[in-house]
Design a protein around this ligand. Sequence first.
Ligand SMILES: Cc1cc2nc3c(=O)[nH]c(=O)nc-3n(C[C@H](O)[C@H](O)[C@H](O)COP(=O)(O)OP(=O)(O)OC[C@H]3O[C@@H](n4cnc5c(N)ncnc54)[C@H](O)[C@@H]3O)c2cc1C
Length: 580
Amino acid sequence: MADYRAPIEEQLFVLETVAGLADLATHPGFEDATPEMAGQILEESARLAEQGFAPLNAVGDREGARLSGDEVTLPAGFAEVYRDYVAAGWNGLSADPAYGGQGLPFALSVAVQEQFTAANMAFSLCPMLSLSAIEALQAHGDEATKALYLPKLASGEWSGTMQLTEPQAGSDVGALRTTATPADDGSYWLGGQKIFITWGEHDLAENIVHFVLARLPDAPPGSKGISLFLVPKYLPDADGRPGARNDVRCIALEHKMGIHASPTCTMALGERGECVGWLIGKPHGGLAAMFTMMNHARMNVGCQGVAMAERAWQDARAYAAERIQFGPIIGHPDVRRMLMTMRSLTQAARALVYANAAAVDRAHKAPDAEARAYWKGRGDLLTPISKAWSTDIGIEVTSLAVQVHGGAGYIEETGVARHYRDVRIAAIYEGTNGIQAMDLAGRKLRLDKGAAMEALEVEMTRDVAGWPDGLCRTGMERALGHLARARAAILAHDEPGAGAAAYPFLSLCGGVIGSWLLGRQAVRAGGMLADGEGDPAFWNAKIATADFFITQRLPLALAHIDAITASPEQLLGASAFPLA
Ligand SMILES: Cc1cc2nc3c(=O)[nH]c(=O)nc-3n(C[C@H](O)[C@H](O)[C@H](O)COP(=O)(O)OP(=O)(O)OC[C@H]3O[C@@H](n4cnc5c(N)ncnc54)[C@H](O)[C@@H]3O)c2cc1C
């Protein structure tokens, strides 16, 4: 397996061309986020990713997290590298400077996370969960709670978890039963059991802050009756330091297909009747708080798809150059097809996720309310596509990496099988990809009657009209016609019809938006070539990658139009098997 090398040149180019980094740096608070500064940050984070996180990937997979009593330990080396991560301030990159963060754009933070994830996905989940916890607390916490917890979370000294899932409440979060009973002093007593809690217990941070969904005694049934609570592992003492142990404990660890170094915990809350928590946000307002946390986490999970695809592509390219069968296998057209597929899918997914993160940045920082609302619509629209489409790509590309390795790919020593096993979960957690498709087609599109999607189509059409004649432009013009038809079809479907057409719709959207963002990069690369600037090999590869994607992959995405416009009877296959 090749050593991981962070693709800094590519990351910076996407940040500049797709996320519009130079423009982002003109927004108040983002002045430091110049392309030069971004380059320095990515160089620094790459060093820790390559030299700290990556060497622990194999041992983490082999040994995994271990439970002894109610304590979870990680293999040797994890605690030291986490300490380095905290010391360098990586956790607070995009957190509010008022609480010790650096206030840099989310788009830049996503690029940094891509590196840590590619280096070691299981490990990177620990900080990733903390970042979502920070988002939720920043948006919904009161001042005193923020002052106490945010600096510790932003520094990474304390880590965060998200506790939603219970045995009977997976996708249907509203079915959860954990209870919260008011105490006399304004706090709450929590009681219940949560399952599948990522990094729910570990020995890397001095405290763990759990964000738990539970029901108040007067809660209405379903998702309208859930509230968010902050439940620390150690209750902070008068000086804000970890004090008495709270009654929230890990009682089991799951044995999983991948991400073995990420402890997936069953958590018991209040087994001794002494689990203390504090309400975050309004009573029964847990859903809104949860969405803040989940939207953020969903983009980060989309980024996991990108990161693992990049890692797998690097390994496959290196192996294909070395392996001799009838000559170096990299010379065989079918191997080149696989490598180009991997490369173009990875770059398309990266562009989408960075564009999504930049839309979220503009939704917060754009100067006027109208612009902020526009970008919020864009960010909300892209989030389920980033999550589902990019993680599907992560799975496809890691699977192709196994294929490029032949039999060696199926053998654990090679390391590529691990990427495939690790990334598989990304299509399941943070809302399965099926739930993302429903969010896109059933919720986002219908709530505004397709307005945000139409606005995106207008922007794409305007952009493409300025492109030079060529493959990218012709392909995109056809694609935009399909997207408009698909949007209209989803809006015309009844609810079950839209549900059945949702996944094909999401896949079509991903293909079209991915093509647009790759085409945009190719156009810029063409300009740089014409001007004689930069590295011609990089620009030529950009153009070849966009051409490949638009000619080979876009037609597959567009073929979903038949499923999207099918009748509800065809879509649901109602006559093929009886529905219970
Ligand atoms: C390794 C790992 C880590 C995790 N980490 C966390 C964590 O940190 N915190 C946390 O709270 N949870 C966590 N989870 C839980 C995870 O979020 C859930 O597993 C996920 O949301 C799916 O729920 P489920 O497993 O109950 O599947 P189910 O909800 O039972 O889904 C089964 C199938 O039915 C489909 N389905 C369900 N409802 C619908 C619907 N309405 N329409 C269409 N299709 C539907 C799903 O898409 C899926 O294909 C983790 C899980 C794992 C395995």
